[in-house]
Design a protein around this ligand. Structure first.
Ligand SMILES: [Zn+2]
Ligand SMILES: [Zn+2]
Length: 259
């Protein structure tokens, strides 16, 4: 039945599409005009035990992971929606490689809902700007959009926090990070970003949230944090869809998940 509905939707115009029931993006059953149905929403609402600073999944009931006990990260707090696993990993791939922007809309909605339930209101109200982590110019041109910006757009709209555009440029295409050792990844990321002059004055004293789709070691976001803090930013948090565990090799099994 669902494949028949999909076929009709594909072959028909917008008018017919509006007459047919909305389908859940995950299970394809009726979703009452929402992107996912109540059943799928409830199945996703499971709290993951994680480090209170960097969002890394923890197996034991600790507050912080080893990295954070050694104060490795430059951001104040990272909130991740989930581990790098289904359905989030496949939604990210649909967004990035199949250009299904509706998957980005859903990821943005899920992230915003998770932020609203897990981050205290005072912290959310204190945020001045959302900053989607930029792609390298060539990659942006090839893909046609920045997936972090698509996600940030939803969060910005729903929480009423403006996005900061055109503030940072990415110089190195860091997708070649895969398979490199942690030390090499960090070296590779030196000077990966620079600030654009025209937005520099806006940064001093602000509280920024960097939006990213997948955070692995945190080296990329830390590299961006470094130049933002040097420019006088007061506080930086990270809100992302997935936070993966070390070692990074876990991701390399899935070649398309390059970040
Ligand atoms: Zn569903
Ligand atoms: Zn941690």
């Amino acid at each position: 039945m669902n494949s028949v509905l999909n076929f009709i939707k594909q072959k028909s115009g917008k008018f017919i599409e509006q007459l047919l029931p909305a389908q859940c993006l995950l299970c394809h059953l009726s979703s009452n005009d929402k992107l996912i149905c109540t059943y799928c929403q409830n199945a996703l609402d499971i709290k993951r035990p994680c480090c209170r600073k960097c969002g890394l999944r923890l197996v034991k009931t600790q507050d912080f992971c080893g990295d954070c006990l050694q104060q490795t990260h430059l951001f104040t707090q990272l909130h991740a929606l989930a581990d790098y696993q289904s359905p989030y990993s496949s939604l990210i791939k649909k967004l990035k490689y199949k250009k299904q922007l509706i998957s980005g809309e859903l990821l943005g909605e899920l992230l915003t809902s998770s932020i609203s339930s897990n981050v205290d209101l005072q912290t959310i109200a204190d945020v001045d700007y959302l900053l989607a982590i930029p792609l390298h110019r060539k990659k942006h041109k090839k893909r046609g959009f920045n997936q972090a910006e698509i996600i940030a757009q939803v969060t910005s709209r729903q929480l009423g926090i403006p996005q900061l555009f055109d503030a940072v440029e990415r110089h190195k295409n860091t997708s070649v990070q895969e398979g490199l050792s942690l030390k090499k990844r960090k070296q590779n990321l030196n000077n990966a970003f620079s600030l654009k002059q025209k937005q520099r004055d806006k940064l001093a004293g602000t509280h920024l949230v960097i939006i990213d789709d997948v955070v692995t070691t945190g080296a990329t976001v830390n590299s961006l944090c470094r130049i933002l803090l040097q420019a006088g930013v007061r506080r930086i948090d990270i809100w992302c869809i997935c936070r993966t565990a070390l070692p990074v090799q876990k991701l390399t099994a899935d070649k398309q998940a390059s970040i």
